[in-house]
Design a binder for this molecule. Structure first.
Ligand code: HEC
Ligand code: HEC
Length: 285
């Protein structure tokens, strides 16, 4: 499945953004955090993507020098405050059982590896769950607490704290066995054209990767950096929030955050970056 840029509107938008050939990801920038944690931002494409790309790139390589610098030092990274708030929530008792996450899971470090494996098949084996679903199941079924809304500040703080524990671990989602139908559904969505502009995810992030669209440099749309601090929103953006924003840019009607469609899409997009490490809180414009 591959797409040619057929939309005349997209052609017009892309054509407007002329100027120097800003066609590629940064050729040699290296992501080293706090001068010690080296995170690969270029990796061989996973097998299922080999016909499309040789190399997968972190979105970090497509950002400006200033934005990239913010992710290189946890002191400067504005996302870290939210992860700290997530750890506070982790330790706070809530709900009718008087329990906190720590009552059962002990330290937040016990979440190491969790973000790298998400989304995955749920314990009942009949659905694909994002980390948000696991968090809410513990809240409602094990703590007697209310579910958090998908994009609520609390949920994003918690997923930020959880994600940070997997920093540097390659994305390792399962895409075969019971996950396969969800992966296929996600792939279908990825290549479906949405909105008045009739654009698929692939129209921008595959066919036109590296080009400028308005003032933005198109990346491969990888999710290994999520949750992400977006300077434009002055806050944390969840994976599904980013998907919604992109579909809205096509003047289309996005699926709901947490919907089956977005969870399937999340699995497929995660699998496109399977060789990239979890950045555990990226910073983007
Ligand atoms: C009463 C005990 C209990 C409490 C309290 C609890 N959990 Fe859990 N949690 C479990 C059990 C049991 C599982 C399923 C088995 C496992 O994976 O450890 C689980 C699974 C999870 C998973 C999925 C892990 C994986 O690898 O699949 C996440 C994420 C999680 N919990 C987060 C939280 C968060 C966040 C909180 C607090 C808001 C919380 N839990 C509170 C017992 C609890
Ligand atoms: C009209 C073009 C366009 C379409 C269509 C589009 N996006 Fe995007 N997307 C962008 C732009 C522009 C950005 C910000 C710059 C970048 O990272 O590419 C972005 C960013 C992203 C990011 C953040 C990447 C990072 O590292 O921060 C993800 C993830 C993403 N898109 C996923 C998707 C998915 C999934 C779809 C299909 C539902 C989609 N996009 C459709 C234009 C588009």
């Amino acid at each position: 499945m591959s797409l040619r840029p057929r939309s005349p509107l997209l052609a017009a938008i892309l054509a407007l953004a002329t100027g120097p050939a800003l066609a590629d990801p940064h050729p040699d920038a290296e992501l080293v955090i706090n001068d010690e944690i080296e995170l690969a931002t270029r990796a061989p494409a996973p097998d299922h993507l080999k016909e499309v790309f040789d190399t997968v790139y972190s979105g970090w390589l497509f950002r400006t020098d200033e934005t990239r610098a913010l992710e290189m030092d946890d002191f400067d990274n504005p996302a870290m405050v939210f992860a700290d708030m997530g750890v506070d929530l982790w330790n706070a008792a809530d709900g009718s059982e008087g329990k906190s996450c720590a009552s059962c899971h002990e330290g937040i470090e016990s979440m190491k590896g969790v973000r790298a494996s998400m989304p995955k098949i749920n314990p009942a084996g009949n659905d694909i769950w994002s980390v948000e679903n696991f968090v809410n199941t513990c809240r409602t079924d094990r703590m007697g607490a209310e579910a958090w809304k998908w994009n609520s500040p609390q949920m994003k703080q918690m997923t930020s704290a959880i994600s940070l524990q997997s920093r540097g671990m390659p994305i390792s989602v399962k895409i075969d066995g019971p996950a396969e139908p969800y992966w296929e559904q996600g792939k279908e969505i990825y290549y479906t054209r949405y909105g008045q502009l009739e654009l698929a995810c692939a129209s921008c992030h595959e066919v036109n990767m590296g080009k400028m669209i308005r003032a933005d440099h198109l990346s491969q749309g990888q999710i290994n950096g999520f949750p992400t601090y977006r300077l434009a929103d002055a806050g944390i953006v969840s994976i599904h929030q980013r998907f919604s924003g992109c579909i809205r840019d096509t003047r289309g009607e996005p699926f709901e955050a947490g919907s089956p469609e977005f969870r399937a899409l999340e699995l497929y997009v995660a699998s496109r970056g399977m060789t990239l490490p979890v950045e555990g809180l990226a910073v983007r414009q």
